[in-house]
Write a protein that binds this ligand. Structure first.
Ligand SMILES: C[S@@+](CC[C@H](N)C(=O)[O-])C[C@H]1O[C@@H](n2cnc3c(N)ncnc32)[C@H](O)[C@@H]1O
Length: 233
């Protein structure tokens, strides 16, 4: 059961695709998981259910943080929930698995406006003109949060450029694979923007589905300075 305050992202196919990938990984009492952009905390709860012993969740939205906290309690799980901008609150920590379903819907412009529910909805979906406003920041910042051998599991749409994410993560020393993908109907945000996307040439005329993919980006120990002595091994 998941509780959701108004405006907080209702878990959708991208959430569940990521949860399926997470369920296929070996998580144990010593596994440290970070749920970045946690929304309702559906993925935090899934990580706990999968056996992870240490789960931390971060979201910039107060309503999302409250929802995640309540869902951890309702499901009798322990999740450390922190409000903050992306990796800021956890910069000094290291994780074995980072799951992220960030906002990636292309928006009419680069700002998130409004107040209350409208603002929370904007934060959940809107990701600038190319849909990469949060993805780009995440690809830069998350590699430094990974413990040796740690993995980022990231879901996004092909509309946002999967190769761009792959390149950014590989440039930071991670090995990147597409581990799941699915063609899905446009969700509520994209459905309302289909005309705009057609005009921009981001989709074909009449297209109302998109492919979502999960990338697994793993630290393979090649990042200079991360592990002292790694060049001599
Ligand atoms: C697409 S929703 C995903 C929610 C949840 N992980 C899921 O899969 O159901 C994206 C979430 O990212 C949050 N978010 C947006 N910008 C953020 C930022 N700069 N730092 C942290 N969280 C952010 C939103 O508030 C929203 O809850």
């Amino acid at each position: 059961m998941l509780f959701r305050l108004p405006g907080v992202y209702r878990p959708q196919r991208d959430t569940w695709l990521l949860a399926e990938v997470l369920a296929g990984r070996e998580l144990g009492p010593g596994t440290r998981v970070l749920d970045l952009c946690c929304g309702t905390g559906a993925l935090s709860v899934a990580a706990c259910e999968g056996g992870a012993g240490w789960v931390t969740a971060v979201d910039v939205s107060r309503r999302a943080v409250i929802s995640t906290w309540l869902n951890s309690k309702l499901n009798r799980r322990t999740v450390r929930v922190v409000r903050g901008d992306l990796v800021d609150p956890v910069r000094t920590l290291r994780f074995d698995v980072v799951v992220a379903n960030p906002p990636y819907s292309p928006a009419s412009d680069d700002s998130v406006r409004g107040r209350g529910r409208g603002r929370v909805l904007g934060l959940a979906w809107d990701a600038g003109i190319d849909g990469r406003a949060v993805l780009d920041r995440l690809c830069v910042a998350v590699p430094d949060l990974l413990a040796p051998g740690g993995t980022l599991l990231l879901v996004q749409s092909v509309l946002n450029g999967v190769e761009k994410s792959r390149t950014m993560l590989e440039e930071r020393g991670l090995r990147v694979e597409v581990v799941a993908s699915e063609q899905v109907p446009f969700g509520p945000a994209l459905a309302g923007r289909a005309r705009m996307l057609e005009e921009r040439g981001m989709i074909l005329p009449g297209q109302r589905t998109e492919r979502i993919v999960v990338l697994a980006a793993t630290d393979v120990g090649s990042r200079a300075g991360l592990r002292p002595g790694s060049f001599d091994e």
